[in-house]
Design a protein around this ligand. Structure first.
Ligand code: F3S
Length: 419
């Protein structure tokens, strides 16, 4: 039985206006469905349902109506990626008609009080919940990062649920908001080398497929020191891949993530998975396409460090394929100030803000094949964007951008099999 405080009851009764009442009705209904006994205050929300391609006219009208009813978020709120760069959509080739509707969606969110930065990495632009803080986030890789790397607490919210949480400042205390559901139920022993971005994505892909609603706890996984990427980039690639292949919203890495040290972290009766080969992931995520139209980095949205890495790997060479690095607008602005955007553009590439390829209307562009080091991008791009995909290391992807063709097998440095 869900119990409400006097203020929550008052929101539900309409004392705060029809927009807040509608939001509280959503929060309460979801709480009842999941058997919650109380609501908890949230420190921030991350709202999904931003691309007009996914929302459509009905979704846009829903948002406008909510804004007309006076609803406004009462906690910091950020937005998921849109279906285009909100400034450079024309140069990228998106249509006037799509852009017009997409900008209307952003305006509706602005009226609702949401900060209209569009990114799946809100933690790179100041939305950084602290350990133990309850939040309501609705983007799978961001949810994974908030829970696992930051130790904050969120379920994988839907778009309206996260927005309703922002408007009421509350979410139902269920699922990963509760201590008992954060314990690991799948111990993952890693016995193969896991080195670059695509290796972490490949590992995440395999573990996500095997996880089936369980919380993984990695042992034997080296993150950070001695690797060609930061621990943050490694964990983002790992978490995003598990979120895509298995809806994993929380994982722990021994010696690395904040809750892994809890003495009772491994739940009694947990199962064990041994991974000694990443090759099945590379095989599953690769098509046999040879000519590459688009190389996409920045899934999840690229950090400054990752943009700098691309500049280093390009080494001033011109690209033949389109090269997009997707990121948050604020990160792009810093990259611009540091000369990184100019360096990418001098090679013929683009640092693209606000958007994500898998929610963009890619059929409007003449791009049919994709190379990416992101397992999440490679998982979704064929079904969501109709692109044929090559999945490999960052170096392989940059090489494909320069030559316009995929070379190499797409295999990782590791070999073996999942048990
Ligand atoms: Fe972000 Fe899109 Fe990748 S939302 S994690 S860039 S699939």
């Amino acid at each position: 039985m869900l119990k409400l405080s006097a203020e929550e009851q008052s929101m539900l009764s309409g004392d705060f206006g029809p927009g807040v009442r509608k939001a509280m009705e959503i929060v309460v209904t979801l709480g009842q469905i999941y058997g919650a006994r109380r609501l908890v205050p949230v420190g921030s929300v991350q709202v999904a349902g931003v691309s007009y391609r996914n929302l459509g006219e009905a979704g846009l009208e829903f948002l406008r109506e909510w804004a007309d009813q006076g609803a406004r978020v009462r906690v910091p709120a950020t937005l998921n990626p849109a279906g285009m760069d909100l400034h450079a959509w024309r140069e990228l080739g998106f249509s006037e008609s799509f852009a017009h509707r997409q900008l209307a969606v952003i305006e509706a969110y602005r009226r609702l009080g949401v900060r209209t930065t569009c990114t799946c990495a809100p933690y790179l632009v100041g939305n950084v919940p602290h350990k133990g803080e309850h939040v309501a986030w609705a983007e799978s890789s961001a949810v994974s990062y908030a829970n696992s790397v930051l130790g904050a607490r969120t379920n994988r919210e839907g778009g309206p649920g996260a927005l309703a949480a922002g408007i009421t400042g509350r979410i139902a205390a269920c699922g990963l908001h509760l201590d008992e559901n954060r314990r690991a139920t799948l111990r993952v022993i890693v016995r193969c080398p896991v080195r670059g971005l695509s290796d972490f994505g490949a590992l995440g892909y395999l573990v996500g497929r095997a996880a089936r609603n369980r919380v993984p706890y990695f042992v034997g996984l080296e993150v950070g020191a001695g690797l060609p990427l930061s621990s943050d980039a490694a964990l983002r690639a790992l978490g995003a891949a598990m979120a895509a292949s298995g809806a994993v919203a929380l994982y722990h890495v021994a010696g690395v993530t904040p809750e892994a040290a809890r003495p009772d972290m491994l739940a009694p009766g947990h199962e064990t998975l041994v991974v000694d080969d990443l090759q099945p992931a590379y095989a599953a995520l690769n098509s046999d396409v040879r000519e590459i139209d688009l190389v996409w980095l920045g899934c999840p949205h690229a950090s400054l460090e990752q943009i700098a890495e691309v500049v280093r790997l390009l080494a001033g060479r011109r690209v033949k394929a389109a090269l997009w690095i997707t990121t948050a607008r604020e990160v792009r602005q810093i990259a611009e100030a540091e000369g990184l955007v100019d360096a990418v553009e001098a090679s013929g590439g683009r640092v693209v803000a606000d958007m994500c390829v898998v929610v963009a209307p890619m059929q409007e562009l003449s791009l049919r094949t994709l190379a990416t080091p992101s397992a999440k991008g490679a998982t979704y791009a064929p079904s969501h964007s109709g692109l044929r995909v090559r999945y490999g290391t960052v170096e392989q992807c940059i090489q494909a951008a320069v030559t316009g063709v995929w070379s190499g097998s797409g295999a990782s440095v590791a070999s073996g099999s999942i048990k």
